[in-house]
Design a protein around this ligand. Structure first.
Ligand SMILES: NC(=O)c1ccc[n+]([C@@H]2O[C@H](COP(=O)([O-])OP(=O)(O)OC[C@H]3O[C@@H](n4cnc5c(N)ncnc54)[C@H](OP(=O)(O)O)[C@@H]3O)[C@@H](O)[C@H]2O)c1
Length: 170
């Protein structure tokens, strides 16, 4: 199982302004994100991100949305599955027939995917902001990863979408 990390970042590696604000993310980037999810077919997202953008970004249409939450009582919806830990989420993604998924965050979920060394591709959507206070795009991940530039996937006046592949986890 492999994951493509798609993340909108400030110039200094923050995914939020403050603890929760992602309203600076370009609407055009949200279109690129949805298109990437639809190409790959499956997205893994944390419950906080899912709830914050439910009805706006999530559930991503024409995509299987797998949401991590400790809440055991949330009923699955059409194309939305709630799972209580990462390994059962990964099993569900496999059972749905995927060997790759998009991981979008938030910070907690990205950290876990990096800890499991399943991210082998990064799509970094670089936005022209610097946020002194915000969540790191890798959360509290403490490892080191070497990547290689692959391509500029998209240029837009509001962001630059750059693709990298993971070479090595240290
Ligand atoms: N810039 C970007 O591209 C981007 C992308 C995504 C998100 N964001 C931002 O990131 C912020 C949220 O990030 P976050 O790190 O605070 O939250 P998050 O990762 O979106 O969600 C965290 C929640 O996911 C659930 N969870 C995570 N790991 C779990 C596990 N192993 N087992 C069971 N449940 C698990 C828990 O839900 P329960 O509390 O229900 O147990 C936890 O509270 C949002 O404000 C959003 O705006 C930005």
């Amino acid at each position: 199982m492999k994951a493509t990390l798609y993340i909108a970042s400030s110039l200094n590696g923050k995914m939020t302004e403050g603890q929760t604000n992602s309203s600076w993310v370009s609407e055009h980037d949200e279109i690129m994100f949805a298109r990437t999810c639809q190409e790959i077919g499956c997205v893994l997202v944390g419950r906080q991100t899912f709830d914050q953008y439910q009805g706006v970004v999530y559930p991503v249409p024409e995509t299987q949305n797998v949401v991590l939450t400790s809440n055991q009582d949330r009923p699955d919806q059409k194309n939305v599955t709630f799972r209580n830990d990462l390994s059962s989420a990964l099993q569900t993604i496999e059972d749905l027939g995927f060997d790759r998924f998009v991981v979008v965050g938030g910070a907690q979920v990205i950290k876990q995917c990096l800890d499991h060394k399943i991210v082998d591709q990064v799509l970094l959507s670089l936005h022209p902001y610097i946020f002194g206070n915000g969540l790191s795009i890798v959360g509290e991940y403490e490892g080191n990863v070497t990547l290689e530039f692959e391509a500029v996937k998209h240029e837009h006046k509001e962001f630059l979408l750059v693709q990298y592949k993971v070479i090595q986890y240290k």
